[in-house]
Design a protein around this ligand. Sequence first.
Ligand code: SAM
Length: 350
Amino acid sequence: MATMLPQVAVAAHETAPREAKGLSDPFGRTLTDLRVSVTDRCNYRCVYCRTGEGTAPPSELPLEDYGRMIRAFVSLGIEKIRLTGGEPLLRRGLVELIRELSKLRTVQGHRLDLALTTNGHLLGPLARSLRDAGLSRVTVSMDAVEPELFARITRVPGSFEHVLRGVRGARDCGLGPVKINCVLMRGWNETQIVPFAEFSRRENVVVRFIEFMPLEEDRIWAPDTVLPLEEVLGALRSFRAITPLPQNSLSETALRYTFDDGIGEVGVIAPVSQAFCGACSRVRLTSDGKIRTCLFSHFDHDLHAILRRGGTEADLRQFIEATVQKKEARHHIGETGFLQPGRTMVHIGG
Ligand code: SAM
């Protein structure tokens, strides 16, 4: 696997002069954040994401091809890469891909912010190698701290223990602060808000509650399944007084809080009740090499087709620049006529 991504590293001088202007869309948003799905396979079947029945054939590309496409994005101004899926830790060669990506530099010559979103099941034994390869941060999806409820949500018995081991392994090897993403769904896990606050304080991890979005395979989303921001804050306040924390960056999606004694950090990401599209800095690359300009797009833009036709890095750049001009102003969840996208989260890459 050592030769998997030949010459993926980009010398800063190759790209910096041309690209100093960055990648921006027609609404004046600068796109600095790329999410790349390296597989749409997953070993969990979370109720808010996948169906309990059947499995679509996987769509994956050689890791070298992700490397080439990512390199073109970075040369245009991308600064943060989040590897996702499907479940990215199912992808053989991921550590080597991270090692190669960690050699890339932003157009300003800085190290990339290289993050991973995982369900954590396979993370424990891999955490140290991922960190050594150059991973900066890890986000683990966890939707309950009660093991039985966790297994009902993931539809995998015994999953909680694996994930807890993964979270602790990542934290203890220096991949912290580990972030936990918890998708809240009324009728499933609203009882977990306070236990997660305690978990953040006890385990020294950052917890983010995320509003359920209509991106699931089983079509169970309805407006009243979403726990809006105010309701989450109310539950947190019933536990302890909360204090807002400042934004880390302008495009940060989470509203952050700590408690009156400064121990623990929780946040709420409210794409439905408090959409943050105006500050969106993201673009996505699906596991089959298509650019998605918004989670709720109805179109894919086939970047990998350029590679298949023997295109150069300049051709990839041209396609990326033209595609981001089509980025949507905002999503339309909750509005009359809203249509759920044909591709679900597991196929888009969360
Ligand atoms: N398998 C990895 C994981 O579990 O983190 C990466 C892929 S998963 C699709 C990425 C993120 O999307 C997870 O944090 C998951 O909770 C979130 N997600 C999936 N479906 C969602 C939905 N319908 N609404 C909100 N978030 C969702």
